[in-house]
Design a protein around this ligand. Structure first.
Ligand SMILES: [Zn+2]
Ligand SMILES: [Zn+2]
Length: 241
């Protein structure tokens, strides 16, 4: 059996363990602080001060705190009505997102998902949460879609349905490895509506772990808008400023 297949099986098994109870997860995947890697908590008492989530008034459109004077509404796709993020892609939150996404720390989803839940709870009039999809080859490699894990936590907390309305039809290079200029091109035409799903008239909030250039969220929003979604917004854990 190929290494990836074994890894995938193990991750599915450990996901089942995670669902069985937090105490078991703690044994299999002990909590580690993303800031200093100390054991016992996802964020330790020393690093909690680095967790500066956004607060105060934010721009209606791009969701960046007004006080920062860095509005990015000009680069949002037409029809993407609003973006909200829990905090800046910096310090502890940046390390947490990277470990969650690239270093198999999927068990962070519950902890991180709670910060995202507070962000989504401030949005009115929404019907469904839709995670930004991974291509099936990336999903096989990673074993989980970090955005789907976050969406499931938020959905559970707020009683909202999570719908995989989008597919990633083309395997793209990791956005993190590309310059800002190449990112839009990389994801252009990479998404489609999932077969059998009708987004017309739906009020959708896209869920992702982090927005950097915004190219991925813009590409997803464009597809939903083109297929008649009533409103499209996005909520992410982190936001690069
Ligand atoms: Zn720490
Ligand atoms: Zn703005």
């Amino acid at each position: 059996m190929r290494a990836n297949a074994v890894r995938h099986m193990m991750q599915r098994a450990t996901s089942a363990v995670a669902r069985a109870g937090g105490a078991v997860t703690e044994v299999v995947y002990p909590k580690r602080c993303a800031g200093c890697r100390s054991r016992g908590a996802w964020v330790c008492d020393d690093c909690v001060d680095q967790l500066n989530l956004f607060h105060g008034a934010v721009c209606e459109g791009c969701g960046i705190p007004v006080a920062l004077l860095r509005c990015r509404c000009d680069v949002m796709a037409p029809g993407l009505a609003a973006i909200r993020s829990a905090g800046p892609f910096a310090a502890w939150l940046r390390d947490a997102v990277i470990n969650f996404k690239y270093h198999d720390e999927w068990a962070r989803a519950d902890h991180l998902g709670r910060d995202l839940t507070r962000t989504v709870a401030d949005m009115d009039d929404l019907d469904v949460l839709t995670p930004v999809p991974l291509h099936r080859s990336r999903l096989r490699e990673r074993g989980y879609n970090q955005s789907a894990l976050l969406a499931n936590v938020v959905g559970d907390q707020l009683g909202l349905p999570v719908v995989d309305a989008l597919l990633r039809t083309r395997s793209t290079k990791q956005q993190a490895l590309l310059s800002a200029g190449d990112r839009a091109e990389n994801v252009d035409g990479a998404f489609a509506i999932a077969p059998g799903f009708n987004v017309a008239g739906r009020r959708i909030v896209l869920i992702d772990d982090v927005i950097t250039s915004g190219s991925t969220i813009n590409a997803c929003a464009r597809i939903l808008v083109d297929h008649g979604a009533a409103t499209v917004r996005a909520a992410t854990l982190a936001r690069q400023l």
